[in-house]
Design a protein. Structure first.
Length: 205
């Protein structure tokens, strides 16, 4: 049964298709999804939106007699082809997403949330070592979305920073510094300038 532990977020609409993400929670697959209103796009649970797909205009149909046992079965829930399909992926934590065009998708990956800290280096080591956290660029090639690169420069992943008004030193309850650190990128907004045709986007956490 779908519940809060699946934690869907990152909603956007592009060309009449609803896209959303899951990057945390104890159930399901951390990845990028879309709603298939045609019933033809992903027979196996993975696929690409059908050309001319319409926006959803009706709630999911369900049988009240089995609702308590099964919940609302998400028959139109599809993983976007090329994105992770593994349960509880340890390398994919998508949040916000933005389409520059039909073949270019930017995804904000917020990181794994691990708070392992090294007093020797003064960093949250797992966060600092991530290679997929930050702003990801995906392109559609030969019918599959492919990750081209991830930008994390300037995010200072895993490096503690000062927050005005916060205590200094370590939290006695956790043994970790009061100073937080960036683990990745959570949200994104963008636009395509009319004069250049080249997309520009800005992430914010």
């Amino acid at each position: 049964m779908l519940s809060r532990t699946t934690n869907f977020r990152g909603l956007t609409i592009f060309r009449n298709v609803v896209y959303y993400t899951k990057g945390s929670g104890s159930n399901g697959v951390n990845t990028v999804y879309f709603v298939d209103t045609t019933g033809q796009a992903c027979k196996s649970g993975v696929g690409l939106p059908e050309p001319g797909a319409a926006l959803p205009d009706n709630p999911i149909a369900y049988d009240p007699s089995v609702l308590q046992a099964k919940g609302v079965f998400p028959y139109n829930m599809c993983i976007l082809k090329g994105f992770p399909t593994a349960l509880k992926s340890a390398t994919s934590f998508p949040f916000g997403l933005w389409f520059a065009n039909s073949r270019t998708l930017y995804v904000a990956d917020e990181g794994d949330g691990d708070n392992t800290y090294s007093a020797a280096t003064g960093t949250y080591t797992t966060a600092a070592g991530q290679t997929t956290a930050g702003l990801q660029k995906w392109v559609l090639k030969n019918g599959t979305w492919t990750l081209v690169y991830t930008l994390s420069s300037g995010l200072s992943l895993g490096t503690p920073y000062t927050v005005p008004g916060y205590p200094s030193g370590d939290n006695a309850a956790t043994g970790l510094p009061w100073a937080p650190a960036t683990d990745g990128l959570r949200n994104i907004t963008g636009r395509v300038p009319r004069d250049s045709g080249r997309p520009s986007c800005g992430g914010f956490g």
